[in-house]
Design a protein around this ligand. Sequence first.
Ligand code: DC
Length: 220
Amino acid sequence: MVAIDGPVGAGKSTAARELARALGFDYLNTGAMYRAVAVAARYIGIDDCTADSRLQQLLDSITITCAGECVLLNGKDITGEISEPDIGDLASRLSARPVVRENLRKLQRAAGEGGGVVMEGRDIGTAIFPDAEFKFFLTADVRVRAARRFAELAARGARIKEAEVLAQLRERDERDQQRELAPLRQASDAIVIDSTELDVEQVVRAMLARLEHKRGTQAN
Ligand code: DC
């Protein structure tokens, strides 16, 4: 199990996907699972202020399937929808609700218990797999993260200003770090990689080098 945690826009998804490919591991983006719950909540007009029982009802009524880069909600492909900024925001707000975290925790534990998975999110190395063999905390300067996110959104034709993206990103990081249950934080035994001046290839290379180094020291 390789756990990769970190804030918004640090490049976790691309790095995790590439690392999984290099290792021949499965890849699981847990943020996409929270986003799928947000899409389901939005369909029926509920949000993070909704009562636990209603949220549980929603969670019981949906199936989330992560198939490589695609995410299916009740069998329907929602890969496009989950990348909307509004959905990221709602996912973050819903992820502060213990009832939501508890349901997704079970799915994530089941998906990773056999090993051979690169799992990325906010709490993988701290709460979901605290005994993961390898843990990375991937971060980058907040302005660089915002610029990357802005470029991604602009390429998809989104009408948004870079300053707005920066403000949203700061707000989401703050909320993810401040929530009571499984907040975003670096596990004490995580290897920190700062991608401010690195591209994806360099990040993956740095991760592979750390994995090989650790395996080498364990073998000796
Ligand atoms: O990684 P992402 O931006 O797609 O995640 C969307 C939100 O989901 C994020 O702001 C917080 C929440 N999340 C979480 O609380 N725990 C995770 N392991 C992954 C995501």
